[in-house]
Design a protein around this ligand. Structure first.
Ligand code: PTJ
Length: 497
């Protein structure tokens, strides 16, 4: 962009490089407390655009405006060689839509943003996590990451200057680590400037009475309160949303073969991996804990009654016209291959159906199942609603669960089994808790761990594959769901631990 033809050209002004500049960068705010439309932006840029390097949307305003308006603002900035930044909205994405962080980056790229700000003004994000998000944006997207670490220390009112300073210095150490990660020969000066220069160090002497702001940014306890206010009560690193990246907050534990509960502990590690990969919901960890408790009481083995139930389930699936295997986030993490194998053995469709439904997680689970051999996975974009259910499990695929005559539901305690029965469908449930609502409503409850029950069912299905219809019907009719539940309950009450 050429220098403007200025009046008073003989008067001194501080000289600046031409764009793209690596120093003396000016970032202006776009829509924030006030809306800003294209005409206002043009006015500003026609007069002062020469001095502006970055235009920053704030407060997630881009998610409120029509897409056309956002794109128009971005295009105007580009006419003036100005890069457009998302602002620090990623903090809200981490707190509220934590399985959509990478989707947020992809959408920013699609709409035409140039820079994604990665800052931690309200959320306690560790420097390592910020570094890793920076690396993800840098390597996977056509976007410049703009990491920021805020440091604010100063004395005022009841604050303790030493503590504040100590905390401030700690953040400066973080800043050094960020700088150390800068690679030599990085792709362009603007980005280099953004990486180190944009680590903001704010010294602020606050007047008595101003200390709440100061505390909010420096006092760990108050930061945690602020975090609580956005809906989360603990440290929220992005690590678990970034599939395939090394995890920093809780290392995987090697489970020795000799440990008496090795199998169960390995399953636990697997479900944690599922959460990190964005397949399993955090609530899924709690569900797993419930299951573990029952498995412990059952002796972590398949009871003869559960084996018989798995056989009846296999026979029922073989008899079905349109069988469907329903998969949630826990099942996807624990037994993707076993689901695909059972689907093959009984010629069933696979459908992802979630309680804590997000399209992003549905897509991830579907892709994960395809990676494990599934040819087709239903669920993404499902729009048919099952009557009688007021939550998102009601959303099913028209050619999947909606049309099915037999549905296998592993690992779920809820009201769907009863709703499916109301619709005349047969439900086979795998649940370690014989007293769960789903197990009680199921035509065939398999009281077993799904990691054992799914392969057991596949084995029976293969063995029964060539059987006469009459034989299969005989197996299903002889099956007594009440007796199965009772046998499991009795094993829990009387079994040896
Ligand atoms: O992925 P989403 O969003 O669909 O969420 C899935 C969960 C699992 C959170 C949700 O579907 C759910 O129903 O959780 P609940 O209410 O805690 O119920 C889980 C049931 O599964 C409980 O009755 C547990 O005993 C049982 N369970 C847990 N782990 C296993 C299990 N049953 C068999 N095998 C397991 N590994």
């Amino acid at each position: 962009m050429a220098d403007p033809d200025r009046p008073f050209e003989f008067l001194h002004v501080n000289e600046r490089e031409s764009k793209p500049r690596s120093t003396g960068i000016t970032e202006i705010r776009g829509p924030y407390y006030d809306p800003m439309g294209p005409r206002e932006l043009r006015d500003i840029l026609e007069t002062m655009g020469h001095y502006v390097d970055i235009y920053k949307f704030s407060g997630g305003s881009f998610a409120l405006m029509p897409e056309e308006a956002v794109m128009e603002l971005i295009d105007i900035c580009h006419e003036y060689d100005i890069k457009v930044s998302t602002g620090g909205y990623v903090e809200n994405v981490l707190a509220r839509d934590n399985d959509s962080v990478e989707r947020y980056f992809a959408e920013a790229e699609r709409v035409g943003f140039d820079i994604v700000e990665l800052s931690s003004g309200f959320l306690a994000i560790g420097a390592d996590d910020i570094v890793r998000m920076t690396e993800v944006v840098d390597s996977d997207y056509d976007l410049e990451p703009k990491p920021e670490i805020n440091v604010q220390f100063g004395a005022g009112g009841a604050t303790n200057p030493e503590t504040l300073e100590e905390q401030g210095q700690q953040r400066v150490a973080d800043r050094r680590r960020l700088r150390d990660r800068e690679r030599p020969g990085h792709r362009e000066p603007g980005l280099r400037g953004a990486r180190s220069g944009d680590v903001r160090v704010v010294h602020q002497e606050l007047r008595p009475g101003d200390q709440p702001l100061c505390r909010q940014l420096t006092d760990r306890r108050t930061r945690d309160d602020a975090l609580g206010a956005v809906g989360q009560g603990h440290h929220l690193g992005p690590d678990r949303h970034l599939e395939g990246r090394p995890r920093l907050t809780a290392a995987m534990t090697e489970i020795p073969e000799s440990h008496p509960r090795a199998g169960s502990l390995r399953t636990r590690e697997q479900i944690i991996k599922g959460v990190e990969a964005g397949l399993t919901s955090q609530q899924g960890l709690i569900a797993q804990g419930r299951g573990e408790a029952f498995d412990y009481l059952l002796g972590e083995r398949t009871l003869p009654s559960a084996d018989a139930a798995a056989r009846a389930g296999a026979a029922r699936l073989l008899l079905a016209d349109q069988p469907v295997l329903s998969v949630n986030g826990n099942v996807a993490a624990l037994a993707p291959e076993a689901v695909v194998e059972l689907a093959g053995a009984v010629e069933a469709a696979i459908e992802v159906n979630l309680f804590h439904r997000t399209e992003d997680r549905i897509e991830r689970i579907a892709a994960h199942l395809r990676e494990h051999g599934a040819e087709r996975v239903l669920g993404p974009g499902a729009e048919t609603r099952l009557p009688g259910l007021d939550h998102d499990r009601a959303l099913v695929a028209a050619e999947g669960i909606a049309a099915a005559d037999v549905v296998l539901v592993p690992l779920e305690d809820g009201d769907r089994a009863a709703a499916l029965a109301e619709l005349g469908k047969t439900e086979i449930v795998i649940d370690l808790n014989p007293l769960s609502r789903s197990a009680r409503a199921a035509a065939i409850p398999v009281v077993d761990n799904l990691v054992r029950a799914l392969p057991t069912m596949t084995g029976h299905a293969r063995e029964l594959g060539g059987a006469e219809e009459e034989t299969l019907r005989g197996i299903v009719e002889a099956f007594d769901p009440e007796a199965t539940r009772r046998a499991a309950e009795q094993a829990i009450r009387e079994g040896e631990l």
